[in-house]
Design a protein around this ligand. Structure first.
Ligand code: 1GP
Length: 272
């Protein structure tokens, strides 16, 4: 059984400012491309790598992708320890599964967001996938980080696949109740999702009410493509901003690194 909670504590830590995580969808890129994009993101200041997608992922592409990313990150960490000028080891950026279900897992991950899709209308996403996945996760020693996952309008593929009764932009009281419920369940994270590629991201009003209603680590993603939008989410109280599509827009990894560096600076109020 996994007893190492270091990744959970790193992910759930209350730190100054908002952190950025990149979401890698193994269905959209080769493991090699994923690894190169992750290195560019980490060089830009990304603090966590999530691996998952709402469709077309399976054990094989998830595992191969996680392994390729871990190997690339280890090489970079090793290289930096060989640098005579550096006094302390840089923190290992965790690779965390963000699964579509029990059939898309990898024992090579550092942790998994063990989630309840709280506004799903299907018992499959409330508890059944979790029941199928839990024995594998235990056996593989992957550390579960309990998370409430809430899909907001427009919801995209995640909303469709997860059969979510979407949260509408004005439903602040509903979000508050979900946030309180997530905390009461003992979850550590609460994720407000607008859906990958969403035209409109989760509104600052919904983020603010979630922030006021629980003291869980607040994660926001879906449709965030620029630093100014990330900044508004950060000011409303997000601890983590997730971007997925943004990293797939750039074939050239040095361009990706430049764009993400600016994104993270602007998210944290350092005007670029
Ligand atoms: C999906 O919120 C994430 O779960 C990322 O969304 O691809 O729109 O950045 P984007």
């Amino acid at each position: 059984m996994a007893t190492d909670t270091a990744t959970t504590e790193y992910v759930c830590a209350k730190v100054q400012g908002t952190r950025h995580a990149i979401l890698i969808d193994p269905a959209d890129q080769t493991p090699d491309t994923a690894a190169k994009r992750c290195l560019a993101a980490v060089a830009a200041g990304t603090s966590m790598i999530l691996v998952g997608g709402s469709s077309d992922t399976d054990m094989q592409n998830v595992h191969e992708t996680v392994v390729a990313i871990q190997e690339a990150l280890e090489l970079v960490t090793w290289a930096s320890t060989q640098d005579a000028g550096s006094e302390e080891e840089p923190p290992k950026i965790p690779v965390v599964l963000f699964p579509q279900g029990a059939a898309a897992l990898s024992p090579a991950a550092d942790a998994i967001t063990f989630m309840m899709l709280m506004n799903s209308t299907s018992t499959r996403f409330l508890i059944e996938e979790q029941l199928i996945g839990a024995p594998f996760i235990r056996k593989a020693g992957i550390h579960p980080i309990p998370m409430g996952y809430l899909i907001c309008s427009p919801g995209g593929k995640a909303g469709e696949v997860g059969q979510a009764d979407l949260i509408q932009p004005t439903e602040t009281e509903r979000v508050a109740a979900y946030a309180m419920t997530a905390q009461s369940y003992g979850f550590r994270m609460f994720y407000l999702e607008a859906g990958s590629g969403a035209e409109t991201p989760v509104s600052p009003e919904l983020i603010r009410i979630a922030r006021q209603s629980c003291d869980l680590t607040l994660v926001v993603g879906g449709g965030i493509r620029d630093g100014a939008t990330a900044r508004r989410a950060a000011e409303a109280g997000a601890d983590w901003i997730i971007t997925g599509n943004l990293s797939e827009d750039f074939e050239d990894v040095s361009e990706l690194q430049r764009v993400l560096t600016e994104f993270i600076d602007e998210m944290n109020g350092h005007i670029v």
